[in-house]
Design a protein around this ligand. Structure first.
Ligand code: ZN
Length: 295
């Protein structure tokens, strides 16, 4: 199953036979209307009734699926109750950051007001703005003290995220300000669709080993595999829920592979007019354009 936020409304995608490739051939049904009001149009509300929604979606008719406008796709999780982001979760990225491989997950948050959709323009903050493509997990059923072996059962689905980072703010003074530096408006784009783990498997993808990357103005800058994460999704769910009670609709950014701008020599950052494409196997891609910023 794949869902999107289309024009602010929860929409179930029609998996076209030629497969969900490009965002330009998106088709779907409006969940609020197709369910006769049983499920709310609000894309954030669905996670509170995830099991029930999955059952409904499995039998929902897609006969009335209509073309969707990719430019009207919004944030899948417009108001996540909690947001977790894992730092230094790929060995090659820890190395390029001049840090050791963590023995405990490095956890910070991105504030909910920074969330945006998978398309469109993002205004640059005044500092040096960097990219970090990431696999993002959205929590379905919450819980406390979830064992790693059951971690995936609590994940509603996966999508792509960009953990956009103003390095100037992040490293203004020690210790680093991860949460603030990564939470300017629009600095947490997520999308295009939430894809369930069973759907990924059915399409031949291993949810524990997805390829992901991003391109700046058409040039590949990051490319890695989620199988190389220090802490995989199940382990992250276990480590987080050992402390914090996870809630339906929580978002987890799982870390970025090597290739960030700050790790280049000389360092490279996003500028006015730059285009960023972020992709992951089985999950599609996001496209953003940056505007403004320091002159
Ligand atoms: Zn990150």
């Amino acid at each position: 199953m794949r869902i999107v936020n289309h024009d602010g409304r929860l929409t179930l995608l029609d998996p076209a036979p030629d497969d969900h490739g490009g965002p330009d051939d998106l088709r779907g049904v409006d969940v609020g209307r197709a369910s006769g009001g049983r499920f709310a149009a609000d894309p954030q509300a669905v996670y509170d009734r995830w099991a029930e929604f999955r059952d409904w979606a499995a039998t929902a008719s897609l006969a009335d699926a209509a073309p969707l406008d990719p430019d009207r796709l919004g944030a899948l999780t417009p108001r996540p109750p909690q947001v977790f982001a894992i730092g230094l979760n790929y060995r090659d990225h820890a190395a390029e950051s001049g840090m050791g491989v963590p023995t405990e997950p490095v956890v910070f948050t991105k504030y909910a007001s920074s969330f945006t959709g998978p398309r469109g323009a993002i205004r640059l903050s005044p500092g040096n703005v960097d990219w970090e493509v990431e696999l993002v997990a959205v929590i379905g059923e919450g819980g406390h003290d979830i064992p790693a072996a059951r971690g995936w059962e609590h994940v509603a689905g996966l999508t792509i995220g960009q953990d956009l980072s103003d390095r100037t703010t992040q490293f203004a003074a020690p210790p680093a300000q991860f949460g603030l530096g990564k939470s300017y408006p629009g600095f947490s784009p997520v999308g295009p669709a939430l894809v369930t783990v069973d759907e990924l498997r059915a399409a031949g993808h291993d949810p524990d080993d997805l390829e992901l990357g991003c391109l700046v103005n058409g040039e590949s800058v990051q490319k890695g595999r989620s199988g190389a994460m220090v802490f995989g999704v199940g382990e992250i769910v276990a480590r987080l829920s050992a402390i914090v009670t996870l809630l339906p609709g929580d978002v987890v950014f799982t870390g970025t592979p090597a290739g960030i701008g700050a790790g280049m020599s000389p360092p490279r950052f996003l500028g006015d007019g730059d285009e960023l494409v972020s992709w992951c196997s089985g999950l599609g891609q996001m496209q953003h354009r940056f505007v403004g910023g320091a002159s």
